[in-house]
Design a protein around this ligand. Sequence first.
Ligand SMILES: [Zn+2]
Length: 265
Amino acid sequence: MRKVAKNLAKSLTGASAAAVDKARVKRKRMAEASDIHMLSFATRKVPLVFKPNKRAQRIILRLDHGNSSIIVVLPKRTSRDEGKRFALSNKDWIEQRLDQLHEPVPFLHNAVIPILGTPHRIRHKPNARGVVWCESDEINVAGHEEHVSRRVQDWLKIEAKREIELRAHQKAEAIGRKIKKITIRDTKSRWGSCTSEGELAFSWRLIFAPKHVMDYVIAHEVAHLREMNHGPKFWKLCGEICRSMDSARLWLENHGTDLYRYGRF
Ligand SMILES: [Zn+2]
């Protein structure tokens, strides 16, 4: 959890003041437009989303894993204020659940990790032949138990490289540019980068992101091969080689730090 918080802080200090302001305005607008209230904790703010439900017998709190928000189910004749008061009186429970949400997921037997957004279970098969192989949403790992974590990580890095290279070259071709080199790294502060020499680098952790998110990060860096800036021409080009740019950017903003959960102890 601490590490995730640090990463979050890092990405925020990296953003310009204007971008932070813009995000604040956007959040405020969102809060006004839909029924979102924020619940403040010492280190974070959590959105409360009110859902009236006639059949509910009492107020129910539920964690929305996808958005890290708290859903407050309101029975008949229950006001949002009552719902908020109920959430406030259960802050400890909410905090506990949120901590669980960001808990590290080590690469061990039975752990479930998302690969391009699809959950896969790690299966240690000590007596099997081979090293690591994937079969119907299971990652099988042979050999001694103490090697499972390292083997899974090595395999994921190779998978990440394969998936990223395939898409990057296709996109570069689409805009008439050539990639000089693609490196897969364990970067902490950015998902990808592009040099003026045409060398691209990506975080191997993108393998845990949904497909459209990986696709966007690749499109972003490939677009820099032609536009070395973040001007309107850049975003237009990026949109041309990535169909889900907006939703992917939103996903990264909300869940990017989640990608750091995997493989940690
Ligand atoms: Zn960029």
